[in-house]
Design a protein. Structure first.
Length: 119
């Protein structure tokens, strides 16, 4: 079963940075890809997504100007997160999406990668 694997999470102080990777065993060039996150006791929410055709991007208001989504090689999509805040804490997931906005995920979820922002 085709799946995406998230990595790059960790513990970081407020104001710090992390780069998350979403990696597949197949080419992602023809898929719009989105990043989502789920904080404790909250519903999963969209963070950012990138179109397949022209790499148009979309961001949640809460992360605009701090996060950047980009494509690496044909099997990887990154989420660069700068100026992290405690409210960015959560498990981050990536998924293939239909590009709206909003970007709607489809397929199954992976295990995600934990991001904890704390002093």
């Amino acid at each position: 079963q085709a799946r995406l694997v998230e990595s790059g999470g960790g513990l970081v102080q407020p104001g710090g940075s992390l780069r998350l990777s979403c990696t597949a065993s197949f080419s992602l060039d023809f898929y719009a890809i989105g990043w989502f996150r789920q904080a404790p006791a909250k519903e999963r929410e969209g963070v950012s997504c990138i179109k397949s055709s022209d790499s148009t991007t979309d961001y949640a208001t809460s992360v605009k100007g701090r996060f950047t989504i980009s494509r690496g090689n044909d099997k990887t999509v990154y989420l660069q997160m700068n100026d992290l805040k405690p409210e960015d804490t959560g498990v981050y997931y990536c998924s293939a999406v239909t590009f709206g906005p909003p970007c709607e995920p489809f397929g199954s979820w992976g295990q995600g990668t934990q991001v904890t922002v704390s002093s």
